[in-house]
Design a protein around this ligand. Structure first.
Ligand SMILES: [Zn+2]
Length: 646
């Protein structure tokens, strides 16, 4: 296109009050960018008005000039355009004291000018649009919020603080050079000790959980948040303080550090980086983990305190499976003395127990009329009834429906019969699903695949249609499951069913070879002594305390041994074994990288899984501390990957 054939564009920007925040350059820049993006357009003029209202007047000389130039362009060529950020830059009056938008639209129509606005492109499409005040108001509020955000950014670039007041600070008002009131952050003496304590502990290497516990033990509470009174601290809130760069005096806008803030800092920027380096920023991880489905999602409740049970997926084990656990919400989230003391429970065990007792939890005597002679005595249509019973036994939904349809057709519709029918239909479906659950539980034991994950989700939906909640209470000797059923047809309220499973019986049934991990097994004295002797027979020497630090499949933890017999040496003595002496650990043994990888491989081979950093927290003769490995290889996972690759 030659320059003559291009559409001529005149740009106009305006601001009502003195343009202190530099908004006119922004408007002009936006319009320029839009015009330059289109090869058929050409910018021929730029005008702006400052401190001329469009609400109480008709803007200033800038708009008059812009309109004159675009009129001339339109008279000369086929089309000319007036560009502006928003229609209210041109007019926002009511037609009496100031120009109405529709007046601009009429002017444009008469003179052959096209008005283009970036933020409300529909306004000048036809006259009706220009008239609709509601539309204009809506667009106006949107534009205002957009320019407020841009104003915030400019303020942050100047080192001012925008947004809510962080805990440990307060707003103080003062006048700036142009006699305008400015809000500034200052240290809040009342909250200062709390924030200082958080950072002091963090810089000493304490984890957020430990800091939270310490805060709550010291009686510190959170600040007032949006009218809500102070409560004990939670880990997420402590992490929020630790990750907030404003405490290091960094002015940020939408997560981006723009300038050095003009307020007193609690920590230095280097200290902030150190803390982030340890606890990590909460940016999404590069490789989001697949969410493991749980059978009792949105159903499970803690039997002790009534809080919901959270599903928590832990670290990956060597066989590729993930550690799945249920944990009481109060235990997981609260770090105050009043938190629920129930520890996380293995999801596999609880789900297995639930499926094993599903028949009892679902179908009680009131809901089993199909097997109950008294309830089915009124049924005279024995042929059809037998067909229903047969269909129920096959567990096929379509067969059951067909049989029920025949039965219904052959008898008079009677209220009680209809109810019985509904109940028996429900029972039949539930019986079929019980079988489905049992099959699912069996395949779960052999490992998860994508199809069993899908099945878990489907079964969870099914269970939620039957149960309101499933409370799980774990004690030393048994697990108590209390299932609350959804109200059934013809029943006014929900009903309950309870089942208690002995942990010893369960462990025996689940692990017949006695080698599987038995989480709640109560070790008797004779059993412990037998385990000690068995270990000594196998290894040719007495076990050391450190070697039994964690429980094995067939032996308890060293702590259990010590708690039962008073001391490790006493237990060995009673088992007829030679006492062991604490081994001297050479603290500064120089671990080469090869030695570390060898130690990792030996440990993985003999234990059949990856060690946790917690297990390797302290150095022993056999391996260095996890922190050493982390420093040497960059991260724990990198070291594990290297050890497994070689
Ligand atoms: Zn609880």
């Amino acid at each position: 296109l030659t320059d003559a054939a291009k559409i001529g564009c005149v740009v106009y920007a305006a601001k009502s009050t003195e343009d202190r925040r530099g908004s006119i350059p922004d408007q002009l820049r936006e319009c320029r960018a839009a015009i330059e993006y289109d090869a058929t357009r050409e910018r021929v003029g730029e005008y702006f008005d400052e401190s001329f209202s469009a609400y109480s007047g008709d803007r200033g000389p800038g708009l008059a000039e812009a309109m004159r130039q675009v009129e001339e362009l339109a008279a000369a060529g086929p089309v000319a355009e007036l560009w502006t950020q928003h229609s209210d830059r041109l007019a926002r009056g009511d037609g009496r004291s100031a120009r109405h938008v529709v007046e601009i639209a009429l002017w444009a129509l008469k003179r052959g000018v096209v008005v283009r606005t970036l933020q409300d492109p529909d306004t000048f499409r036809d006259l009706l649009y220009a008239v609709v005040v509601g539309q204009r108001n809506h667009e106006d509020s949107r534009r205002r919020s957009l320019s407020v955000s841009a104003g915030h950014r400019r303020a942050v670039e100047r080192g001012e603080h925008r947004g809510y007041c962080p805990d440990g600070y307060k707003f103080v008002l003062h006048l700036d050079g142009r006699a305008a009131v400015v809000k500034r952050l200052a240290i809040d003496e009342d909250r200062e000790p709390v924030i200082r304590m958080i950072f002091r502990l963090a810089l000493r290497g304490k984890q957020p959980g430990q800091i939270t516990t310490a805060l709550n033990k010291a009686g510190h509470l959170t600040p007032w948040i949006r009218g809500k009174p102070p409560v004990p601290w939670r880990v997420a809130q402590v992490c929020g303080v630790l990750r907030n760069p404003r405490y290091a005096g960094m002015a940020t806008h939408k997560g981006e550090v723009l300038a050095r803030g003009q307020w007193p800092a609690y920590i230095t920027e280097a200290e902030h980086r150190r803390i982030i380096g340890r606890i990590g920023s909460n940016k999404p991880t590069k490789y989001p983990r697949v969410l493991e489905p749980y059978l009792l999602t949105n159903l499970g409740r803690c039997g002790h305190c009534g809080s919901p049970l959270y599903a928590m997926t832990g670290h990956e084990r060597i066989d590729g499976t993930l550690l799945r656990r249920y944990v009481c919400a109060s235990h997981a989230r609260n770090y105050d003395p009043g938190r629920c003391s129930v520890r996380p429970i293995s999801a596999g065990t609880i789900e297995g127990m639930f499926v094993a007792s599903i028949a009892t939890l679902l179908l009680d005597s009131a809901e089993r009329p199909i097997h109950d002679d008294a309830a089915t005595a009124g049924w005279t249509h024995s042929l059809e009834r037998d067909a229903v019973l047969r269909a129920v036994q096959t567990g096929d939904d379509t067969q059951i429906n067909a049989a029920l349809h025949h039965l219904l057709a052959s008898m008079s519709p009677d209220a009680t019969v209809a109810r019985q029918l509904a109940i028996s239909h429900r029972a039949a479906r539930q019986l079929a699903a019980t079988r489905r659950l049992e099959i699912w539980a069996k395949t779960e034991q052999t490992g998860r695949t994508d199809s069993t994950r899908q099945e878990t989700l489907a079964l969870n939906r099914l269970l939620r249609s039957w149960f309101e909640s499933v409370s799980v209470t774990v004690s030393d000797v048994h697990v108590d499951i209390l299932a609350k059923r959804q109200p059934a047809l013809g029943q006014p309220g929900s009903s309950e069913a309870r089942i208690t499973i002995s942990l010893q019986d369960w462990a025996r049934a689940a692990a017949p070879d006695g080698r599987a991990y038995r989480p709640w097994h109560t070790w008797r004295r004779a059993e412990i002594l037998g385990a000690l002797q068995g270990w000594a027979d196998m290894h040719g020497r007495s076990p050391r305390y450190a070697e039994w630090r964690l429980p094995g499949g067939y032996h308890p933890s060293a702590l259990t041994v010590r708690n039962t017999f008073g001391s490790w040496a006493k237990a060995l003595l009673l088992a007829g074994l030679a006492p062991t002496f604490p081994r001297i650990v050479l603290r500064n043994r120089p671990w080469t990288n090869e030695d570390i990888l060898l130690a990792l491989r030996i440990w993985i081979d003999s234990n059949g899984r990856i060690p946790t950093t917690r297990e390797w927290k302290h150095a022993t003769h056999e391996h260095p501390a996890a922190e050493t490995i982390r420093c040497r290889f960059g991260s724990w996972n990198k070291a594990i990957a290297t050890a497994r690759a070689t």
